[in-house]
Ligand binder design. Structure first.
Ligand code: MSP
Length: 508
């Protein structure tokens, strides 16, 4: 079986991690965990992008050497991953020797093959985007779009990579491999970009303009263009584990699909004679309170702090529940609290509390053996069947938000079942029929809780493990086998109580 090798974009360390970085890690982690649960052998890579102009400028602003600067920020990204309970197998930094070595090897190989040549360039350059511009990039009134920042006219010698030679091949690949770009509608954007002739890519920067980069192996007066360096991380991290390549899945934001991931990267690989990744998933962007997130204006969520305040699963759940993969979404505290209270605390948390409470009160803290029951039990079991059948394919198609909504509806249905059976009333009756029904109801509650929560496992793994713990249950390694309604909890001793999602404290 080929390993499912999945990656995130590697983050620039020119500032602290923000909600967008957190989302991408969590989304990728949910896919990785889900694939593992479905039986795949998964390898998961994330990391940091540490060279280039942006980093050099941030270091300068702090008056320290770039290496000291990246060494001070990269750990924040690593810590964020730990706090978010990201299940990555490796974390690569582009300043590591293992990475630089592979970048140099690929460059040398392309240079030796004649795929890289030196030429004089005269034209416009955007420092902010670290990119050469053409007249077609201008606004209609002749000015430069704001995203480019300051644009200067320069003349310099540089090294170019013959991208253009691979244009037809790439167009053909995208057209014939419909799973190459997800969501599919984004492929159109790539093909539109490729409908214009592709210019060769400048892959060097003269040292005097940018010192902070990997020196070209064939000309140390130049450093490597940051995108050529960064993209190579996906390959350099596994270069000594050749059976992992090609990657199965690159998860990235929509802003870096065209041209870096959908054009430069496949062409770089093809030119090196390496297989290209199977799929690229481009996710949408988060705004905060309807506006672009910005640390300076305070419109910012610090992921690590947020986790300390509300718990890791509250954030993971919100990010996955709120955003439809591929689309943009907005984060607001109000919306977060609505979901936290109505779905996590008052729905799932409440079901956990009631189940433990009543099993303690009426069954000596032991899950009783059920009977067949009546119509309410049959309805609940049928609701499970339907939920189970719907949710797994939704997750397979990356429709995690819809899958979570269905799983939560099943939790709601279980709470409604409890209202209907009212075990607190049955508990007061001495009638043996009522006592039997009480046992059946308690067993159904526990089984529905076990199953409903198991569906959330990729998204809120810690909480699911906690729920299993308080139900006196240890799940097996075959997730799909866990999804069978079979009252396997019968006879288990349950805990007294468990506060999964405490009432959030108001921020002062
Ligand atoms: N270093 C490059 C990626 C190189 S990959 C070989 C980069 N870094 S970044 O720090 O600017 O962005 C990292 C990832 O975070 C990107 O996939 C980007 O789309 C994503 N996000 C940045 N801001 C975001 C939001 N506001 N919302 C969601 N994702 C966002 O680009």
């Amino acid at each position: 079986m080929k390993t499912f090798y999945i990656t995130t974009a590697i983050d620039y360390v020119n500032g602290s991690p923000h909600l967008g970085h957190a989302y991408e890690k969590v989304l990728t982690d949910v896919i990785a965990r889900f694939r593992r649960m479905m039986g795949d052998d998964v390898y998961f890579l994330t990391g940091t992008d540490e060279h280039g102009q942006k980093i050099q400028q941030s270091a300068q602003a702090q008056g320290i050497e770039p290496q000291a600067y990246v060494d001070s920020i990269a750990p924040e990204f690593r810590t964020m991953c730990e706090k978010l309970e990201i299940s990555n197998d490796d974390f690569i930094r582009t300043t590591e020797p293992r990475h630089k070595k592979v970048v140099c090897e690929l460059l040398q190989q392309l240079f030796d093959k004649g795929e890289i040549y030196k030429a004089e360039y005269q034209g416009y350059y955007s420092t902010r985007q670290e990119q050469f511009l053409q007249d077609k990039d201008r606004n209609e009134d002749g000015t430069w779009p704001e995203i480019y920042g300051e644009v200067s006219e320069i003349t310099e010698s540089n090294y170019f990579f013959k991208l253009g030679a691979y244009q037809e091949w790439l167009v053909d690949h995208i057209k014939t491999n419909t799973d190459f770009i997800f969501p599919r509608y984004r492929a159109k954007q790539v093909l539109e970009f490729l409908s214009e002739p592709l210019n060769d890519l400048c892959i060097s920067r003269p040292k005097e303009r940018l010192a902070w980069g990997i020196p070209l192996p064939f000309d140390p007066e130049f450093v490597t263009y940051v995108w050529f360096d960064a993209l190579t991380n996906y390959y350099s991290a596994v270069a000594d584990k050749k059976d992992l390549w090609p990657a199965s899945f690159h998860v990235i934001g929509k802003d870096i699909l065209v041209p870096p991931h959908a054009v430069y990267w496949p062409i770089m690989l093809q030119a090196c004679g390496l297989p290209i990744p199977q799929s690229i998933l481009a996710h949408g962007w988060w705004s905060i309170n309807g506006a672009k997130m910005s640390k300076s204006t305070g419109n910012f969520v610090e992921p690590a702090e947020f986790v300390d305040q509300f718990g890791v699963d509250a954030l993971r759940y919100f990010l996955i529940r709120e955003m439809s993969v591929g689309q943009d979404s907005d984060f607001s505290m109000d919306q977060f609290l609505v979901r936290y209270n109505s779905e996590l605390a008052n729905n799932l948390g409440n079901l956990v509390n009631r189940t433990l409470n009543m099993t303690n009160r009426f069954a000596d803290a032991t899950v009783p053996e059920p009977a067949e029951g009546g119509e309410p039990e049959a309805t609940l079991r049928a609701a499970w069947q339907k939920t189970h059948e719907e949710v797994v394919p939704l997750f397979e198609q990356f429709q995690f938000n819809v899958g979570l909504e269905r799983a939560m509806s099943f939790i709601t249905a279980t709470n409604a079942y409890i209202e209907q059976r009212a075990p607190w009333k049955l508990g007061k009756s001495q009638d043996p029929a009522d006592q039997a029904l009480l046992r059946t109801a308690l067993a159904h509650m526990a089984e529905a809780l076990r199953l409903g929560s198991t569906l959330l496992q990729a998204v809120t793994p810690g909480s699911v493990a906690k729920i299993q713990g308080v139900l006196g249950y240890e799940a097996g390694s075959d997730w799909q086998a866990e999804l069978v309604w079979d009252h396997r909890l019968t006879g288990n001793a349950v805990a007294k109580n468990c506060i999964l999602f405490p009432r959030p404290e108001k921020k002062s």
